[in-house]
Write a protein of this length. Structure first.
Length: 401
């Protein structure tokens, strides 16, 4: 089962803390995870009874009668293990039942706000925090570790009530600063990028399920081939970032497992796997140009991130090539619009950076209000699946991302 597979990968140390620079996905609207093109969420839910029992219900948790701080916070952190929730979560999983009792100040420590994805997360979360009657302070580390450490320490000095952080690589570099936050009784929730595996003094991590994102794309691609050929066969080209990137490897593994879930003895051959380095449209364009020259016919083009996908689409259109089914992972507006416009891009497995911030906000406020802890520390959102059949339900031209 899909979720069992993910938990097993985490236990084996495969869920490393790296992120895909420049990747992005989602908006502040109501994008909902659909089941178009993939059984990823269904498999995840059916696997929940086989997953670790200590994480069987992400939305429920232990609670105290008063807000905690200082040594109480560290004691609470130590009271539950770093386990992954068996089920996907949603934006509504941890909503407060009533208004907050005071105007809390929450700091959002962004790792890099240089792309639409990373900009939407903190700015839309700020709007949500303010809608609850609280304050939100945003800092942008511009992908610099020393800057982020300094920002964390400044927020601690200012006496903020909670911190939401998208950590800069390497995540171990902020552990000492985050320990100071714990010592000061300031709860921390990490989004998008996991903290160092040896650091456990934080409330929760909220992020995407990268394996599931790849799995969704693999299922969609395989189903297309079944419609086209009556079986899963043909040629496939992959656009990747940096060889050895752990997150990209999870997405890639998920893709091929998704293909195999439709036809175990499939005949889909990977004829090209290119690495672009920087996660940009320009890199995707160059990789696709090379791939098209080397291959007269390609059935499937799979991109680890949407910028690669959009660059590849440009290359295909310039070359007059449209035979391929293009799919990718991220979910930004440009990629979703490409699906809506009837281009060769037919399926997107999207993320929700705004949802991550909203959930993190609900979690830290629940703790500040009544000491509530989620039963599982590692929480993941389901892929937002966008295909030709449901694109009108997912695509929002006014979305933040």
């Amino acid at each position: 089962m899909l979720r069992k597979r993910i938990v097993a990968l985490l236990a084996a140390g495969a869920m490393l803390t790296g992120t895909l620079a420049g990747c992005g996905n989602s908006d502040s609207g109501s994008k909902a995870a659909s089941t178009s093109g993939s059984s990823a969420k269904t498999e995840a839910q059916s696997a929940s009874s086989e997953s670790k029992s200590s994480s069987s219900s992400a939305a429920s948790g232990t609670s105290g009668s008063e807000a905690k701080g200082g040594n109480d916070l560290i004691s609470d952190y130590a009271s539950y293990e770093t386990v992954e929730a068996a089920d996907f979560i949603s934006r509504d999983s941890f909503k407060l039942s009533g208004d907050v009792s005071k105007e809390y100040t929450i700091a959002y420590v962004a790792g890099n706000m240089g792309s639409a994805y990373f900009y939407a997360g903190p700015t839309e979360t700020q709007k949500y925090i303010e809608s609850l009657g609280c304050k939100c302070l945003i800092s942008d580390a511009d992908a610099d570790l020393a800057t982020q450490v300094n920002q964390i320490e400044n927020f601690i000095t200012q006496g903020v009530d909670a911190i939401i952080i998208n950590v800069v690589d390497p995540p171990s570099g902020v552990s000492e600063a985050l320990q100071k936050a714990a010592d000061a009784g300031i709860p921390v929730a990490a989004v998008d990028s996991m903290l160092d595996e040896n650091f456990e003094n934080y409330l929760a991590f909220i992020g995407s399920d990268n394996y599931a994102l790849g799995f969704s794309c693999g299922v969609a691609a395989a189903n297309h081939l079944v419609e086209l050929y009556g079986e899963v066969k043909g040629t496939c080209g992959v656009f990747d970032g940096v060889e050895g990137n752990a997150v990209a490897q999870l997405i890639y593994d998920g893709f091929w497992d998704g293909v195999a879930s439709i036809q175990e003895d499939h005949k889909l051959e990977e004829v090209s796997h290119l690495y672009g380095g920087a996660w940009t449209e320009e890199a995707g364009l160059q990789m696709a140009e090379d791939m098209l020259v080397a291959n007269e016919h390609i059935d499937i083009m799979f991109a680890i991130s949407d910028p690669f996908l959009m660059g590849a689409l440009t290359a295909c259109e310039r070359a007059g090539r449209s035979e391929m089914f293009m799919c990718g992972r991220d979910g930004d507006k440009a990629a979703l619009k490409a699906v809506k416009d009837g281009t060769a891009v037919k399926f997107i497995a999207g993320q929700d950076p705004v949802g991550m911030g909203i959930i993190a906000t609900d979690l830290v406020l629940s703790y500040l209000e009544n000491g509530t802890l989620p039963e599982a520390r590692i929480l993941r959102l389901a892929p937002i699946e966008a295909g030709v059949d449901n694109i009108d339900e997912v695509y929002d031209p006014d979305a933040a991302f």
